[in-house]
Ligand binder design. Structure first.
Ligand code: HEM
Length: 294
């Protein structure tokens, strides 16, 4: 990742440019019926949310082709926290950490030109058809007009345990209250490199931003371990809660770590190998950017 995006001291290895917000989350009775986790019992829980661009370049223009991230930290009554870390992508690029390394290696810039060799990237994608959905999403989608209109997907399966002891696999989805809207490349260029984060700050100065959290319930036929394949759209979606953001806090959460492996009783990881690889990578990035552990 550093070879592709550069090393930028103090910044995340990817998702380097971010903006922080504060707000609250209130779970629905259906969430409490499906899961015993403390933030899903219906009491209002304070949250910290970080919106980001996927690139590891802090100066990359907001209108560049990219996925966007939304990381939510729920602050629990016992002083602990738990995170949901999601992307605008409908699926991830690869199935295994080994494939991810190979995919990153294919994007390593050529020392002569300073640019990735598109033939190498193309060869990887041809040999890994499961990469196409995420790659096409990044390449073909216009940039969002606002983070407030983006749907964010948790992508991995998690195992929830209910008060009845029943376990179910779900995937998370944040669905915005605002209508989705996109901008052309000309429009984003006219608005400037920081338009998406500036729009977030402006919007939060005068209104709240809302998202519904949905659990997409797995069925027998669904693969719990493959982040490259969305489950069929007809799978039941259960509305699990409402997130309301009411304050822009700028860079206040840059020193935090948002990690999808930071879980509480009632929520466990599926056996998805990408999900298991993430915590280690996030810790290394955190140590490098904060100097912790050195
Ligand atoms: C093996 C696969 C992956 C690796 C190695 C990886 C690596 C990383 C690293 C190193 C960071 C910076 C962490 C930090 O400094 O705090 C990061 C951030 C992030 N990743 Fe991943 N990632 C992977 C998969 C995913 C997937 C599948 C998703 C979405 C479901 C995702 C969403 C994000 C988001 C939203 C952030 C920004 C979090 C924040 O705002 O603090 N990543 N990733």
């Amino acid at each position: 990742m550093n070879a592709i995006h550069g090393v930028h001291p103090g910044f995340r290895a990817v998702h380097a440019k971010g903006s922080c917000c504060r707000g609250t989350f209130v779970a629905t009775p259906d969430a409490a019926r499906l899961c015993i986790a403390p933030h899903l019992q219906g009491e209002e829980v304070p949250v910290t949310v970080r919106f980001s661009n996927g690139s590891g370049k802090p100066s990359r223009a907001d209108g560049a082709r990219d996925e966007r991230g939304m990381a939510v930290k729920f602050h629990l009554p016992d002083g602990g926290s738990t995170d949901i870390v999601s992307l605008t992508l409908p699926a991830f690029f690869v199935r295994t950490p080994e494939d991810f390394l190979e995919f990153l290696e294919a994007q390593r810039p050529d020392p002569e030109t300073g640019k990735p060799d598109l033939d190498r990237v193309g060869a990887f994608i041809n040999a890994h058809p499961e990469t196409q959905m995420a790659t096409m999403f990044v390449m073909t989608n216009d940039s969002p007009a606002s983070f407030a209109g983006c749907t964010f997907n948790g992508i991995h399966a998690f195992r929830l345990t209910g008060p009845d002891g029943m376990a179910r696999f779900v995937r998370y989805r944040w669905v915005p209250d605002s209508e989705p809207a996109t901008l052309t490349d000309d429009e984003t260029r006219a608005l400037g490199r920081g338009y998406l984060h500036e729009e977030l700050e402006r919007r939060l100065a005068s209104e709240t931003i809302g998202y519904d959290l949905y659990f997409q319930l797995a069925e027998e036929a669904d693969d719990m371990t493959d982040p490259t394949t969305p489950w069929p759209e007809e799978r039941e979606l259960v509305r699990a809660g409402q997130l309301s953001l009411d304050g822009f806090t700028g860079q206040e959460c840059e020193g935090m770590i948002f990690d999808p492996g930071r879980l509480v009783e009632g929520i466990e990881r599926s056996d998805d190998p990408i999900l298991h690889a993430r915590s280690g990578a996030y810790s290394v990035s955190f140590e490098r950017r904060t100097g912790a552990g050195t």
